[in-house]
Design a protein around this ligand. Structure first.
Ligand code: SF4
Length: 357
């Protein structure tokens, strides 16, 4: 329920600020263009929101440009080969997003005539679109008064209302505040304004309150606790898992790669064959018979729930060696950039350490 002066005052202060200071983002229709009647492309809004989950704007920009240059419409993306899309996504992480991206594009192209549903409810029925993404796309692409939530919005609201409950317990309270504050007038611009405020002024460590358009309304600022909010419950320490990856490169340059199973981490991505990952290093399980060298290399990588340390073994197999797993990819068609970051790290580490080098 909306209540009174403060709720309206937030959007009344943020919208004119957004009109002057909106970030220039490749998927965004700037406020002056919107005012001139140019509508956002729901495909671009959706694609950017999926890419931005767990990822920064800086990391997403180039990926977004490449995807939209190669697949300018949802129909074009729906018709793409799975392997091409996974290779283009490589390095962006959270690979289940890429698999769901394709599923969603195919549902929109095949069952909705290439048009995204224009309500939160309709959007949530699509693969890979949860409540946050549905609200963001409904607000930004269709100007629906949907309450958006992301890390930036949570921080801004926790500070504006001096919410001291730690995250994640504070989420329902922050969501209720977001619903209360979302205006009927220009809700899409308002949603992007709160996100921009969090990204550029109300930043995590040192909020620039002196230039903030809502400073007069901010309780955390008045109480001198802005930089301490939002409070966060202490995180559990991450366990470490161990494993081995096997890099085999023939003398003709061909490399042994396999497509990982669809389910699980890095699912559907190309990678070096390897053991499972476990608390103690699993037994050696090379993908082909060869003389395997251990040059003492270790890849370290951190996933959301654990750290990973992989021992890197190298071999230069005979030309007729038959792999038990994976297939040889000729050097001419092998692009290290199509590997997920973890696998690319192993390739980079191996440089200069190959047995015949
Ligand atoms: Fe954030 Fe400071 Fe603005 Fe409050 S006044 S919203 S803490 S930048």
């Amino acid at each position: 329920m909306r209540d009174g002066f403060l709720d309206d005052a937030v959007s009344a202060a943020l919208l004119p600020w957004y009109d002057r200071h909106a970030r220039n983002l490749p998927w965004r229709v700037p406020p002056e263009a919107l005012a001139a009647g140019i509508l956002p492309d729901p495909y671009r809004v959706w694609l950017s929101e999926i890419m931005l989950q767990q990822t920064t704007v800086a990391a997403v920009r180039d990926y977004f440009q490449r995807f939209t240059a190669r697949w300018p419409t949802v129909a074009a993306l729906a018709a793409a080969e799975d392997a091409e899309v996974m290779a283009e996504w490589a390095g962006l992480g959270y690979y289940a997003r890429a698999r769901n991206l394709l599923k969603c594009a195919r549902v929109v192209a095949g069952e909705h005539g290439g048009r995204f549903p224009d309500t939160e409810e309709g959007l949530r029925s699509l693969p890979g679109i949860g409540p946050y993404t549905a609200a963001a796309v409904a607000a930004i692409a269709f100007d629906r008064p949907a309450a958006v939530m992301d890390g930036n919005v949570e921080r801004v609201l926790a500070r504006l209302f001096a919410v001291e409950t730690p995250l994640p317990a504070a989420k329902p309270e922050l969501r209720a505040l977001s619903e209360r504050l979302t205006p009927e007038d220009r809700p899409g611009c308002y949603a992007q304004a709160v996100m921009d405020l969090g990204a550029t002024i109300c930043t995590p460590r040192a909020p620039a309150c002196g230039i903030c358009p809502v400073i007069e309304l901010c309780r955390a600022r008045a109480e001198g606790i802005a930089a301490d909010l939002p409070r966060k419950a202490p995180k559990a320490a991450k366990p470490t898992r161990l494993g081995i990856v096997y890099l085999a490169r023939r003398r003709d340059g061909a490399v042994l790669l396999e497509t990982r199973p669809d389910k699980g981490l890095l699912g559907g991505m190309l990678g070096w064959p390897g053991t499972d990952w476990a608390e103690t290093e699993p037994p050696d399980a090379p993908p082909l018979s060869a003389e395997w060298h251990d040059p003492g290399l270790e890849v370290r990588h951190t996933f959301t729930h654990f750290h990973l340390r992989l021992r890197v073994l190298l071999a230069v197999p005979e030309p007729d060696a038959t792999p038990r797993r994976g297939t040889f990819h000729p050097r001419a068609t092998f692009r290290p950039s199509s590997l997920p970051t973890l696998m690319r790290k192993a390739w980079n580490l191996a440089e200069g350490a190959w047995p015949q080098d």
